[in-house]
Design a protein around this ligand. Structure first.
Ligand code: TYM
Length: 330
């Protein structure tokens, strides 16, 4: 009954990357026994980039199937679709009025995304962190497990919660980020200075969760390294090798020192092959389970329906409290 509550989510923008997996889902699996876990499909967030409606519908179901295939037990984790709980949009509007333009202008993701989508810098892209704050605060989440790139959005969520609590009395739990040391920032294989991202132009930069074993092997063999020939962690001088070590260590649950020891005196060719092999071994069972689950849309719909019912009770309670405090309910 007194378990701490967790809330997190992933955008339903299509194919997930190894970064999404190691930075988020992989850590969620370990949390399901200890915490009251709530994981949503962040489909409202995907509207900030133009999306084909049929693709979006398909991507939502695919993402639920991935959550389950990766090991999230729907009996132990509340899995739901963000847009099915109207309280998210309602609270986001209210919180917009308690968030400053200056704060939002400092968000690095907004700057990056508006550069990438210069023809569609919509207001949703700008206020995106407020919707994320609403997602988290509605559930009174204690912890938010995400990758490093979401840290700034968590900070603004905490600021909004504290501001609101100060004005109206204790309303929201002020959440803590839960950024795992391992895998929090997986970098591109071709550009190890940048995070691995599904929107990368060079597809060899990214491992997708549905890549075949051959594709995974090929991409790792092409991964950028350096001319040292020593498997040693040095993020500044050897970003490529350091990233491969992070991938290997996160999956094998080994620290950098142990990875260094294991590959002492072993060349890059063999090391890359070993990294590819552990990734293939990790993803293969997920891919197999995914193929089974996606064949059963009724099962997926049932999970969403149950998730919606459970999520709505918590979210509506918080929304009602907020509406009452600010004077919207007589
Ligand atoms: P999204 O969909 O961009 O990413 C989902 C999760 O994957 C992590 N991630 C990475 N981790 C390590 N290395 C990488 N290269 C990498 N790329 C992505 C992200 O940190 C994230 O944990 N705004 C969020 C979705 C969201 C959300 C929320 C999350 C909406 N509401 C409420 C938590 C709580 C997003 O766009 O994540």
């Amino acid at each position: 009954m007194n378990k701490k509550r967790i809330l997190s989510g992933i955008q339903s923008t299509g194919n997930l990357t190894l970064g999404n997996y190691l930075g988020a889902i992989h850590n969620w699996i370990d949390l399901q026994e200890k915490y009251d876990c709530n994981y949503m499909i962040a489909n409202l967030h995907t509207l900030t980039v133009r999306t084909n409606p049929d693709e979006l519908r398909k991507n939502i179901l695919n993402l639920i199937a991935i959550y389950i295939a990766a090991g999230l037990d729907p009996e132990k984790n509340n899995i739901f679709i963000q847009s099915q709980i109207s309280a998210h949009s309602e609270l986001a509007w209210i919180l917009n009025c308690y968030t400053y333009m200056g704060e939002l202008s400092r968000m690095t993701q907004f700057k990056d995304k508006s550069e990438k989508h210069a023809d569609n810098i919509n207001a949703g892209l700008f206020t995106y962190p407020v919707l994320m704050a609403a997602d988290i605060l509605l559930y009174q989440a204690d912890l938010v497990p995400v990758g490093e790139d979401q840290r700034q959005h968590l900070e603004i969520t905490r600021d909004i919660a504290e501001r609101f609590n100060k004005l109206y009395g204790e309303t929201f739990v002020v959440p803590e980020g839960y950024v795992s040391k391992a895998g929090a920032k997986i970098m591109g294989l071709q550009n190890p200075e940048n995070k691995m991202s599904k929107s990368a132009e060079n597809k060899n930069d990214v491992i997708f969760l549905n890549d075949s074993p051959d594709e995974i092997m090929r991409k790792f063999k092409k991964a950028v390294t350096d001319s040292d020939g020593i498997v040693k962690y040095d993020i500044n001088r050897k970003p490529g090798i350091s990233n491969l070590m992070t991938i290997y260590g996160t999956i094998k649950k080994m620290n950098k020192e142990d990875v260094e020891k294991e590959f002492q005196g072993i060349g890059y060719g063999k090391f890359k092959q070993a990294v590819a092999e552990v990734v293939i071994e990790e993803l293969k069972p997920i891919q197999d389970r995914y193929k089974d689950i996606i064949k059963n849309p009724e099962y997926i719909q049932k999970i969403c329906k149950n998730g919606k019912e459970r999520a709505e009770i918590i979210a509506n309670k918080t929304l009602y409290d907020v509406q009452k405090k600010i004077g919207l309910i007589l």
